[in-house]
Design a protein around this ligand. Structure first.
Ligand code: ATP
Length: 516
């Protein structure tokens, strides 16, 4: 299946099975805003918990807060967002489509990289065991040519971005012969800056109402509470503050479903460290966050780091953890070494000291910060994409069938266990309901009695439920049920009283957390 079709199927699946709906759908939708349905909300809760527990529960030195979305407008002046939280936009005059100019260039660079990789793969096939990749990259004329040209473009792009040189950004698009991906046209407008922050008014009378912003990141809520938390918690450096919450960005181009939304949720952790130790901590968190992703058990080849060439106004070093979505490797999480920029700026604007007294060094300073910032919605999409599978299966009678299965990590699955009476009579529904009532304190359970058992299995496969329990007539005699495993479709007979332990072990988050 091509990746575009796969992506369409994923989005359709999310809607059909109550994971994600377009916001305001009955009014034809609101662009790049989505609602989570009955299963989506549960999956999101579970991902949030996995992150929160990995950060807060497992670290003595990390605490969690919940700051307000609205903040004093000066916060955004100090942080640099009012002046610099811009994306360069460009319009195509023929198709009337709008693009992020930086993304067009980044995608061009990525394509050149792919061209090189293809040459390498071709040569590797041709030369077999004798292939020396390093040597090939250094000597093959075509590879050298592409790499050199791309290097020059990259450098021009980084310089232009750092200097806010919009004319040069446009010139790069022209020089690289970049066409509108939809229409193929190269008829571009000038590049303009566009601020991504949403604003609104605080106060009831319009004359004295002041302009405030919907936060475009949760991080600032942490910085402005740094002193409160440090003092009230008597925190010693290094320590971290974690937070999960909504963020809002008026994205120029909002496609790709919940990958890029205008209202989304971030899970951020700011780690406050001694100046000079930020490099070490940056490496530490880079590695630790990758472990968190890989502990989910998806293919390791779906993850990679991507170091930034172009740094944000506050950053000293930055890397993305990228995930292989159906539309290519894209960022799910950023790890940034933010220096003392944020606290120093707030210190300057608020006129109060935001320092830390280091008793070991016997001096005060503004701590440095290493940040980990992950989008909950993007993580959700990555998990759905990695879990979704259309699988061919052979039925008992030898014929072929197909099922759609969501192979979610059991600890994240919205429903852990579905309980079915084989038939809707003979007391089987009552026994099933009793099992559910007993287990619902431990796991999210679902009771279903409609349709054939086969159809009920299929529906739970599509929802991603790891276990289905069937209560039949034998249950009445010996208190056993069949338990059916989502991934293998294997069934086994087990005593009712063993269910809690069998399922509990498999759906616990503990194993994942222990491996971090
Ligand atoms: P991008 O380059 O994709 O716009 P970014 O580098 O601006 O992302 P950050 O500011 O580093 O993103 O935000 C941290 C995380 O928040 C990202 O890794 C991503 O998972 C998430 N995120 C950012 N913007 C959006 C959005 N519009 N919709 C959903 N998630 C987002």
């Amino acid at each position: 299946m091509n990746q575009e079709d796969l992506f369409k199927k994923l989005t359709a699946h999310c809607k059909e099975y109550g994971y994600v709906f377009q916001s305001s759908e009955i009014y034809d939708g609101l662009s790049a805003v989505y609602d989570y349905g009955q299963y989506g909300a549960e999956l999101k809760n579970n991902i949030r918990k996995y992150w929160w527990d990995a950060m807060v529960l497992l670290h003595d030195e990390i605490v969690g807060i919940d700051s307000a979305i609205f903040m004093h407008p000066t916060v955004w002046k100090a942080s640099g967002h009012v002046d610099a939280f811009n994306d360069p936009l460009i319009d195509n005059k023929d198709s009337k489509k709008r693009y992020r100019a930086d993304v067009l260039i980044e995608e061009y660079i990525e394509k050149q990289q792919e061209k090189i990789n293809k040459e390498v793969a071709k040569a590797a096939r041709r030369f077999g065991d004798k292939f020396d990749e390093e040597m090939f990259r250094q000597t093959n004329k075509r590879v050298i040519d592409i790499a050199e040209k791309t290097g020059i473009i990259k450098k021009r792009f980084v310089d232009a971005s750092e200097n806010g040189n919009l004319e040069e950004i446009r010139q790069i698009i022209i020089d690289c012969d970049i066409a509108d991906p939809v229409s193929g046209s190269r008829n571009w407008t000038d590049v303009r800056q566009f601020n991504l922050m949403f604003d609104t008014k605080l106060g009831s009378v319009s004359e004295d109402a002041s302009k405030i912003y919907l936060r475009p990141e949760t991080a600032q809520g942490i910085f402005i509470n740094y002193m409160n938390v440090q003092k009230s918690g008597r925190m010693k450096l290094p320590f971290g503050i974690a937070q999960v919450g909504k963020a809002f960005r008026n994205e120029i181009v909002a496609r790709q479903f919940i990958f890029r939304m205008r209202e989304f949720e971030q899970m951020e952790m700011q780690y406050f460290v001694r100046p000079g130790e930020e490099g070490e901590w940056y490496e530490h968190w880079k590695e630790k966050r990758m472990r968190w992703h890989k502990a989910l058990g998806f293919e390791e080849s779906k993850y990679r780091y991507h170091d930034h060439d172009k740094l944000a106004h506050y950053a000293k070093a930055a890397t993305d953890i990228e995930f292989l979505f159906p539309f290519g490797f894209k960022e799910v999480e950023g790890i940034h070494s933010r220096t003392d920029y944020d606290l120093s700026q707030h210190q300057k604007y608020c006129g109060r000291k935001l320092q830390y007294f280091d008793t070991e060094l016997n001096k005060s300073y503004v701590p440095y910060i290493v940040e980990t910032s992950i989008g909950l919605d993007r993580m959700f999409l990555a998990i759905i994409a990695a879990s979704w599978e259309e699988e061919k299966i052979r039925k008992e009678n030898g014929s072929e069938d197909e099922r759609v299965v969501l192979r979610l990590p059991p600890s994240l699955a919205p429903v852990k266990l579905a309980i079915f009476p084989l038939v809707k009579k003979d007391g089987l529904p009552e026994i099933s309901a009793k099992i559910r009532d007993d287990l619902r304190f431990d796991f999210s359970c679902q009771y279903e009695e409609k349709d054939s058992i086969g159809r009920r299995y299929r529906r739970q496969d599509a929802i991603g439920t790891p276990f289905c329990i069937t209560v039949d007539h034998q249950t009445k005699d010996d208190d056993t049920v069949t338990i059916r495993h989502r991934d293998t479709m294997e069934q086994e007979r087990v005593p009712v009283k063993a269910l809690r332990e069998i399922i509990g072990e498999k759906v616990s988050m503990k194993k994942m957390l222990q491996s971090l």
